[in-house]
Ligand binder design. Sequence first.
Ligand SMILES: NC(=O)c1ccc[n+]([C@@H]2O[C@H](COP(=O)([O-])OP(=O)(O)OC[C@H]3O[C@@H](n4cnc5c(N)ncnc54)[C@H](O)[C@@H]3O)[C@@H](O)[C@H]2O)c1
Length: 256
Amino acid sequence: MLLKDKIAVITGGAGGIGLSATKIFTKNGASVIILDFDEKAGVKVEQELTREGFTVKFIKTDISDEKAVKKAFEIIANEFGRIDVLYNNASVFLGGGRDNKMSDLSSEIWDRVLHINLYGTYHCTKYAIPLLRLSGGGSIINTSSSAGQIGIPECDAYTATKGAVTALTRSLAVEYGPENIRTNCIAPAAILTEMVKESNLNDPRFDEKAFLEKGTPLRRWGLPEDIANVAMFLASDLASYLNGTIIVADGGITVA
Ligand SMILES: NC(=O)c1ccc[n+]([C@@H]2O[C@H](COP(=O)([O-])OP(=O)(O)OC[C@H]3O[C@@H](n4cnc5c(N)ncnc54)[C@H](O)[C@@H]3O)[C@@H](O)[C@H]2O)c1
């Protein structure tokens, strides 16, 4: 029960890594508010976990829409009064040549990716901070990627957002540390979710065998819980002196 009595907001908490975090956070005692734009998945998770006796609230929210995020945090303030954790997890990777190298990247795709991945982080953090203050502090967990650590071709919009989130983690840590709000970041790679299908597995040029046997020291895909457990640690008081840290959780891919 590492998160007993904590109230956590998880963006993208209805799918992939976020869904795993929703389950792990609730099992460890947290009340979880999911902000996700996938209504079907969000309602399903809320119903299933509520039936199991956990406190989960789904609020359909597109994090790229500032008004919607503001409204969601007003609902949270009314119903929960405060929060202890913001897990900025939701992002998109637009595959199939849509996200690309800059010379082949349309401004529509650039805008869309930035609006979800980067503006989404801005919107949620902006409206979460007053509620974290009401708890006397808390934990913000941002999400970068291997694309924020090393050069990865043909996804420059995604990369720009993940580099920005890494940099913002450090400034938020310095700005809000004095208020006992710790900000850290997880940089995953190769976690088996819908996003990895979009970024790798659906690409006919991608050689899964070579990737696992030559590029991946642990010789396996990561699982959503491999990342959700790191998030749980960062959300918990065990990480009480971590602030401004980028945890690269990628099985060693970026050092290989
Ligand atoms: N899977 C990987 O290998 C990998 C690698 C590096 C980084 N990441 C990062 O980890 C995080 C989670 O990735 P994932 O693999 O679980 O992705 P995913 O696509 O499986 O799940 C993303 C979730 O976010 C939600 N979402 C997307 N856009 C949204 C929006 N505008 N508003 C609200 N909700 C939205 C989706 O509905 C979904 O539930 C992302 O930030 C991603 O960039 C993942």
